[in-house]
Structure formats: C-alpha cells, structure tokens
Design a protein around this ligand. Structure first.
Ligand SMILES: C[S@@+](CC[C@H](N)C(=O)[O-])C[C@H]1O[C@@H](n2cnc3c(N)ncnc32)[C@H](O)[C@@H]1O
Length: 239
C-alpha cells in the first residue's frame, strides 16, 4: 500500500475533492523522514501525523524504529517485546475517514507482527500482540484534526494517551486532550525551537505544514485529564 507510483496516490476523485486525499509516495516519505533521521531511529521518539491517511509516514517510522529494536534485542525476546511496544506507543495518527484509520492500524500491526514472527516465530506471545493492538486502537484516532473532535458520532474531544515506561516492563498511561495541548502558551515556543519529536501536518487541501517539538517540554506544561494505575506491558487494557 505504500505508493511507489504516482497513480497509486489517489483512491478516487471524490475523496480528493472532499478530503484532499492524495497519499505521499514512498520516495518523498523517506526523503522527508531523513530530514529528522536521528529521531526516526530513536525507539521512544514521539510522532503525530494528524492527517495520517493509511499511515505512510507512521509505517516507515515504525519500520526504522523496529530496525533498531532488532539490532539491539533480537536475541532477547522479553526486551524485544518491551521495546517494540514502546516504539509503537510513541506513534500517533488522526484521520477523518474510518477506512483509513482501520488500514493505518492494520499496517502498523502487520509491520510489528511480521518482524516479531521473523525473530521469535513459535515463541511469539498472543499477549504481546494484544498489547500492540490495544495501543494502536488508542493512538490511531478517527477524528477531525481541525475541530479536534472525534468523528465517531460522539463528537467528544480527541484524547491522546501518553504511555510512559516505568522501571522495566511497566507502563503508565496518562490522557491529554488534544485541544489542551494546542492551547498551551509554551506550545508556541516549542514550535520555534523544533528539532526533536515531530508532528507533521498535511491536510492535502492547504499549504499548511508544521513541525513541532514535543521533546523539550517540561512535564508540567501539559495538563492531563486522567492517570491510570501501572500496567504490565503484556497486560495493557482498559481499566
Ligand atoms: C494528503 S492526504 C495525506 C495522507 C498521508 N499523510 C500521506 O502523506 O500519505 C490527507 C489526509 O487527510 C485526511 N483529512 C482531511 N481532512 C482532515 C481533517 N480535518 N482531520 C483529519 N484528517 C483529515 C484525509 O482523509 C486524507 O487521508
């Protein structure tokens, strides 16, 4: 599904007209990601693609992160699983079309799963796959990145889950409203100083493209709305 040719970049004229849906070709995806190469190769660096389509950028970022996980942990299954989950948990996407959201989750899962199977085959655990699926169900959101609301009928605010590794093998989830993150005064400074974690915006119909640094933030500048009990990384679920 990564478009290698120009004619694979659109699904229909209607979707281009209604949603500006023109996918970025693989060559451009890689060229753009190479501009922040160091960050794409950090297992925990955070990326948000707020008009993600089927996830052309997120897929390539996950591939790069998993290359690092493989190079470090291909002989240590537990570490491989833990760091793969950290890699997945730091990728976020929003799209306004539900088939794109489904496809994006599926592609990200497949990349994780094929890497996992390649190295651990019969020893691969269903619980690890479930944790990855669970995180993707939270991080890849059906929503409108302009109104900052979900488009699943609830019209509730878009909420991002932050997954922080605590010690080894535990994860702390905290929830943040997207609107709140954008409102923050210090957010403006963050945009200007950007060269770390990335948010890429390409709505297709406008020239707007932004790159935003999340790394240098102080914990306190973002108000979270919920904190959850620690969970083992192989047992992530709603609590
Ligand atoms: C130009 S495509 C880019 C897709 C992907 N980022 C890529 O580069 O291949 C724009 C995408 O934005 C989505 N989109 C359009 N308006 C949106 C909105 N208000 N909120 C979220 N997604 C939107 C479309 O469904 C489409 O998938």
């Amino acid at each position: 599904l990564v478009c290698k040719k120009e004619n694979e970049q659109i699904i229909s004229k209607e979707r281009v007209a209604n949603h500006g849906e023109v996918y970025t070709a693989e060559r451009e995806v890689n060229a753009m990601l190479d501009l922040v190469k160091f960050q794409t190769q950090r297992i925990e660096s955070t990326f948000l693609e707020p008009a993600c389509g089927t996830g052309n950028f997120l897929v390539e970022i996950l591939r790069r992160k998993l290359d690092i996980v493989v190079s470090k942990y291909k002989r240590k299954q537990y570490e491989f699983e833990f760091y793969s989950i950290i890699a997945v948990s730091s990728l976020y996407g929003i799209d306004i079309l539900s088939d794109n959201v489904e496809k994006c989750r599926e592609r990200l899962f497949d990349i994780f799963n094929s890497t996992y199977q390649t190295y651990f085959n019969k020893k691969a655990k269903e619980s690890c796959k479930e944790s990855v699926r669970y995180i993707l169900s939270k991080n890849i959101i059906l929503g409108d990145a302009l109104t900052l609301k979900r488009v699943d009928g609830s019209a509730s605010p878009i909420i991002f889950c932050e997954w922080t590794p605590i010690g080894r093998y535990y994860i702390q989830r905290k929830d943040y409203e997207f609107a709140e993150l954008l409102k923050d005064k210090e957010f403006e400074n963050i945009i200007e100083e950007s060269d770390h974690d990335q948010m890429m915006i390409d709505f297709g119909q406008s020239d707007k493209q932004l790159t935003i640094d999340y790394t240098q933030r102080e914990e306190s500048i973002f108000k979270h709305i919920n904190t959850y009990p620690l969970q083992h990384f192989l047992e992530l679920k709603d609590v």
